[in-house]
Design a binder for this molecule. Structure first.
Ligand SMILES: [Ca+2]
Length: 118
């Protein structure tokens, strides 16, 4: 029996397993991505800060699963700050305000030219 097929599954693609009637995707997580948004940003810091000192299970900002939100979790966030999971769509390019202003000035110039000709 091939590894990974012990319960009747078939690996159809790395990270994906086909069960009868269902496909399971194993999505890699990024340490410090406490919102599972695909990137580590300031929002994760806010969550860490707001839950600092909490203990228990399933704490979103508990990166090392020791059931305690503490400085270790801050260090995990800090060391991955700005990192994006490839293919997640997080961190997509957003036009800068200067680009938008140039676009609007260009459009206004084009519209003014059309009025001058007509
Ligand atoms: Ca922790």
């Amino acid at each position: 029996m091939a590894p990974g097929n012990s319960i009747g599954t078939t690996s159809v693609h790395p990270g994906y397993f086909q069960f009868p009637g269902a496909t399971l995707a194993i999505v890699p997580t990024l340490t410090g991505d406490y919102h599972a948004s695909g990137g580590v940003d300031a929002a994760e810091y806010v969550l860490w800060r707001n839950t600092l000192g909490q203990t228990g299970i399933s704490l979103a900002a508990d990166s090392n699963f020791d059931r305690h939100v503490n400085d270790v979790d801050y260090t995990a966030w800090r060391s991955n700050f700005g990192t994006v999971t490839p293919g997640s769509g997080a961190g997509a390019a957003v036009p800068e305000p200067a680009t938008l202003i140039l676009f609007l000035v260009g459009m206004a110039a084009m519209l003014g030219r059309r009025h001058a000709v007509a």
